[in-house]
Design a protein around this ligand. Sequence first.
Ligand SMILES: [Zn+2]
Length: 248
Amino acid sequence: MFELLDRDAAARNHLWLQHLAADFNLKYQPEIFKFSWVTKREHVLITYLVGCPVYPYIRYGKDSKTRIKNLKSFLASKDFAAECRRSHGSVLIVKHFENVIKHLKGIKEKNSFRRLIARLNRAATPWGSIILASPDSRREREFLFNTVLMHEWAHILLLSNKIFFQRIAKRYWPLDEGLATYMVAWSKGHRVLSAELKRCRAHLRKERNRFKPYAIGTLKISTLLKNKKNAQERYIAIRRYLWRLQHV
Ligand SMILES: [Zn+2]
């Protein structure tokens, strides 16, 4: 039953992507939009080890080297347990992860990571692999397809159109997150978008909030794209912004 649901949901998402690409004047290549399942525990460990810059991971160090050093305390922490209960998805650069786990000692996942890398490499695209953490319920699965996968595929759509703020400087990552978040909310209509922007403003008021950088990025992109009337205008605004950041 899940298999059928997967195929339906994936087909629906492909159709949605096609529209999204057209609405932002982007090229759409259907063959690069894939994903692979991993377990929740694997997803959390991957996110941790590749150096994901959000809270709570950031409490255990900024780079992979420090994270490996602190792995034991992370595994024993409440943060780890709490993260393993959440829904997750992300874009993974498999090569990067492969380099990180070379330095890993004494964790039981190492072999399963090696098998996972081989599997992900088979389904890899030039823009990275999408991994989704296996859900515990049908409801969570729907959330993964309707929200998480759309967000991750928006990243792939942008990357394949060479729109990547982090290429200019790593510190611009909230803009990549903001643009993907904005596009997904925008594509779901005015009500969803204004609810998303409201949520973003609320995140700004909270300390140590994992969504704060996303919120900052989303609000910046929303200001940038305000009053842009069509796909061409939205595309040009994004390109100009990239150009400006590159030349400051
Ligand atoms: Zn993202």
